[in-house]
Write a protein that binds this ligand. Structure first.
Ligand code: NIG
Ligand code: FE
Length: 415
């Protein structure tokens, strides 16, 4: 089946050769083609260019024409950090925070992640699947075409496996690319309040081998933070996961810089995420590494905590990725358009830097850069078509507005 998208006012983020990621000064550049077409065959981009160079259609059989109606075409967003599988919302804690409690105080009195874990333990797998696929379909409508989803609201063997099986079902039933991350080391369950090593033993010696054997996780994660898990815990888990060939994506430096970046980088993490608090040594660890620094601006927006220093990272020639952190506690939004706007308005990134940070660099941060993240021959045709907009900068400028007209996944109009 062949498809041609025509009448595209501007085709955004084109690549002649697929790059690994975009870093430093290069982040300020994107390639685009005005008045463009895209050809797709069996869900893969086979050709694109200016309408002036379009050779037309030889065989009108089995061809679908999609009219972009003068909108722009972008590669879909890759959201490389989410906790999409959760049992219910936590707006009561949101109100508590408005009334003066801090995120840490709410967690200390049994709210936060433990609250979500208790709810999830009491939710059936089928219900969890049904609410999760609905959330996922909503995100696709907002332009997300690849997503990483973490466990971490289970905190028991059964409940962690329940989440990972839900993610597996999402992978089987959704058209978009999904990666699963095992995050049992997300918070210390009540039963292990005074026995952190006991919980780490459970995670490493009992949960991880089953998760690996059943092939339920592409990545492993840990919340390396004061009051949660230490750098030593992080090293222990990452070393154990490496033995199973499972790479890490870690939660580090959300509230404190305690050495999690260095440990993660040394143990081959694919990405380090959050990075609101960065010390000089954290930058140094990232330099000349293969690890993608990933910032989560909607978490900063929602919790009122500092934004990660994206422009400083770019000045230091690092790449930067931006993801949503979609979860009920610190970012109850999985909208990558909002992330893009926050990147510009709050973090002073340019629209070009934001486009690179939400497509090609997030594709790398979830291991799909060879197949997604740009308009490139041989990559998957996961694209969105905008309404008519005056320039690509308008997308991040016009925050809160829905500018996406159609979403194409694997070459088919999906939303
Ligand atoms: O990435 N910081 C750790 N985990 C999540 C929040 C979890 C929650 O509050 O439920 C995050 O922000
Ligand atoms: Fe997170």
């Amino acid at each position: 089946m062949k498809t041609v998208i025509k009448n595209i006012s501007e085709l955004i983020q084109t690549e002649q050769t697929a790059r690994k990621w975009v870093a430093g000064k290069e982040m300020s550049q994107i390639s685009t083609i005005k008045n463009a077409f895209v050809e797709i065959e069996d869900g893969i981009i086979t050709s694109f260019g200016s309408m002036n160079d379009w050779k037309g259609i030889e065989d009108w059989n089995n061809i679908e024409i999609i009219d972009a109606e003068g909108g722009m075409v972008f590669p879909t967003y890759c959201d490389s950090h989410t906790h999409l599988v959760f049992a219910s919302s936590r707006e009561d804690e949101f109100v508590d925070r408005i009334n003066g409690l801090s995120y840490e105080e709410i967690a200390q009195r049994g709210g936060g992640i433990l609250n979500s874990a208790e709810k999830l333990q009491n939710t059936s797998e089928d219900h969890l699947y049904n609410i999760s696929i609905e959330r996922l379909n909503n995100l696709i409508k907002m332009g997300t075409g690849a997503i990483e989803i973490k466990s971490g609201y289970g905190l028991t063997l059964d409940a962690e496996l329940k989440i990972l099986r839900v993610i597996k079902r999402l992978k089987e039933n959704s058209e978009i690319t999904i990666k699963a991350t095992f995050l049992a080391a997300h918070a210390l369950p009540k039963e292990f309040k005074d026995n952190k090593d006991g919980y780490m033993d459970l995670v490493i010696n009992e949960m991880l081998p089953i998760v690996a054997k059943e092939n339920l996780a592409d990545y492993v994660d840990i919340f390396c933070e004061k009051g949660y898990f230490s750098v030593e815990d992080t090293k222990r888990l990452l070393k154990a996961a490496n033995k199973y060939g499972i790479q890490a994506k870690t939660h580090v430096n959300q509230f404190n810089s305690i050495g999690g970046v260095e440990a993660s980088v040394k143990l081959g993490a694919l990405s380090v995420d959050h990075l609101e608090e960065m010390k000089e040594e954290d930058f140094v660890s990232l330099e000349n590494s293969e690890c993608m620094p990933t910032i989560l601006p909607s978490c900063s927006f929602f919790l009122g905590i500092p934004y990660g220093p994206a422009t400083k990272m770019i000045e230091r020639r690092l790449p930067v990725a931006l993801a949503t952190d979609y979860n009920p506690g610190s970012s109850p939004s999985g909208n990558m358009n909002l992330v893009a706007s926050l990147g510009c308005t709050q973090m002073k990134m340019t629209p070009e830097q934001v486009i690179n940070a939400t497509t090609i660099n997030t594709a790398y941060a979830m291991g799909v850069e060879k197949e997604l993240g740009s308009i490139c021959v041989g990559k998957k045709a996961n694209l969105f078509i905008t309404k008519e907009i005056p320039s690509y900068s308008y997308l991040s400028y016009s925050f809160g507005e829905n500018l996406i007209n159609k979403v194409i996944i694997n070459g088919k109009i999906t939303a």
